[in-house]
Design a protein around this ligand. Structure first.
Ligand SMILES: Cc1cc2nc3c(=O)[nH]c(=O)nc-3n(C[C@H](O)[C@H](O)[C@H](O)COP(=O)(O)O)c2cc1C
Length: 135
């Protein structure tokens, strides 16, 4: 237990403890934007003392989202609401991390609690799903 609450350095980064919050998809964004949900979801973990807080999977392209409600970072307008969260995390002594993500062939799905099925363009889904082919 002593190690859990002691600092750890990874290259130039020193975390105050070894408690890290894993990325957890919230499917609560509109057009990729972070909002108050993300501030509270992530911020409350920092208030609880986690040394490192990861965002959920954050899509690097709109067609790389799992659902239309994924968090994203594909346009500059996404920066300010994310920066607000980062500032809050830093104010609590936590470090912020982001999980960059592309859903590949898992894209254009309905949110899990709504049925988790493929969405058509008429339902906010998209057809330009891209993925690597297996050998
Ligand atoms: C609600 C929820 C959402 C998750 N979303 C992601 C995600 O966005 N990206 C990811 O890599 N893993 C995701 N995971 C997996 C977790 O990050 C973690 O790897 C998993 O819960 C195993 O860790 P544990 O053994 O400490 O629970 C999610 C897990 C949960 C419970």
């Amino acid at each position: 237990m002593t190690d859990l609450f002691s600092p750890i350095s990874i290259r130039d980064l020193t975390l105050p403890n070894r408690i890290a919050v894993s990325p957890m998809c919230q499917y609560s964004s509109i057009d990729g934007f972070a909002n108050d949900w993300h501030l509270v979801h992530l911020g409350s973990r920092a208030v609880g003392g986690a040394g490192l807080v990861f965002t959920e999977a954050s899509a690097v392209l709109p067609e790389g989202r799992i659902t239309p409600n994924d968090l994203g970072i594909w346009k500059d307008d996404h920066i300010a609401p994310l920066a607000r969260i980062v500032d809050f995390l830093h104010g609590q002594g936590a470090h912020a991390a982001i999980q960059l993500a592309h859903a590949g062939r898992k894209a254009s799905m309905q949110r899990p609690w709504e049925g988790e099925r493929l969405l058509s363009p008429g339902e906010d889904g998209w057809t330009n799903v891209v993925a690597l082919l297996d050998d």
